[in-house]
Design a protein around this ligand. Structure first.
Ligand SMILES: Nc1ncnc2c1ncn2[C@@H]1O[C@H](COP(=O)(O)OP(=O)(O)OP(=O)(O)O)[C@@H](O)[C@H]1O
Ligand SMILES: [Mg+2]
Length: 291
């Protein structure tokens, strides 16, 4: 049986502009002019290998988690699968369809929720959802009804459905994004940090909803998250990505067993994460202080 999502040797690099901030040379006759010129001339391009030779298969109805530190390549991978980025090399297929050759078909299979969801910010949740329903080819009234039922289930206040999105909190906007993605019961869901910014109750509600959608519609789900408990609760298998490369891929239980230190203590997923990405909680705390 063909896997729902297949990724073989996928690679993606970006050119990033790096602006040098050296001061004008000492002794220069016109330091200000020198600095201005330096600002324009010195920016140089460096290549960032965001995803390096990543291969994996996701089975139909599976919830597949991708964990990794900030900047490790999770969103880049999700964006390649959802046809928003073209892989530099390698193949990515969704239900047998290639994300480059059969882009439009792939788009029909998938829905994506990300932390930077695009909306018409001046329009209300109702107007945005109605628009999305039309775009998805649903009866707008039916689509809206379904989306509103999802919003209610996620604890979105009914008094806010007609308020402009720009005046809603980030968590509320996130709920509208989730309702929009789930109104069509897609066969594949790509969830890039779907619960970031949500309060603990809403987080639980979203998690339950994802499990429910998978259980009732056999939806295939790829999920990225920084919440280890969430990953443990939802994911059938988890890949850990570090500097663009998969460093582990297994069930949560097997990952814990692999990282056990032999004294009978089975680590939790957070400890597994620290071990596999070579970082300790202390290092993270120190980094935070620098910012
Ligand atoms: N459009 C872009 N142009 C240039 N560089 C990019 C672009 N998108 C991502 N990158 C770089 O690619 C690398 C991976 O970024 P990506 O957004 O995939 O990380 P991530 O794992 O999703 O991180 P986070 O946990 O912070 O969301 C980073 O070094 C990032 O700076
Ligand atoms: Mg990301």
């Amino acid at each position: 049986m063909t896997a729902a999502i297949q990724c073989y040797h996928a690679c993606k690099s970006f050119k990033e502009s790096v602006r040098k901030t050296e001061k004008a040379e000492a002794g220069s006759r016109d330091r200000r002019a020198h600095r201005r010129i330096a600002d324009f001339i010195l920016p140089s391009k460096v290549t960032v290998e965001a995803v390096k030779d990543v291969s994996f298969d996701v089975k139909r109805g599976e919830i597949f988690g991708i964990l990794g530190p900030n900047g490790s390549g999770k969103s880049t991978l999700i964006r390649m699968i959802s046809t928003l980025l073209i892989p530099d090399s390698g193949t990515v297929r969704v239900f047998g369809k290639d994300v480059v050759e059969d882009r439009l078909e792939v788009r029909r299979y998938i829905n994506r929720v990300s932390v930077e969801a695009a909306f018409f910010k001046r329009l209300s949740a109702t107007e945005n959802l109605e628009y999305a329903a039309r775009l998805y080819g649903l009866d707008p009234k039916e689509g809206l009804l379904k989306a509103k039922a999802i919003l209610a289930r996620l604890g979105f206040p009914n008094s806010k459905v007609d308020v402009s999105l720009e005046n809603l909190s980030r968590g509320m906007q996130q709920k509208v994004a989730i309702a929009r993605a789930l109104m069509t019961a897609p066969v594949a869901l790509l969830l890039d940090e779907p619960t970031t910014g949500l309060d603990p109750v809403s987080k639980r509600d979203v998690q339950d909803f994802v499990l429910d959608v998978r259980n009732t519609h056999d939806t295939t789900v790829i999920l990225t998250t920084h919440d280890m408990e969430e990953a443990d609760r939802l994911c059938d298998r988890i890949a850990v990505i570090h500097d663009g490369e998969f460093v582990a891929l297994d069930t949560p239980e097997n990952l814990k067993r692999q990282c056990a230190n032999g004294n009978g203590h089975l680590p939790n997923l957070e400890e597994v994460f620290f071990r596999l990405t070579g970082r300790s909680p202390n290092e993270w705390e120190t980094e935070g202080e620098d910012e």
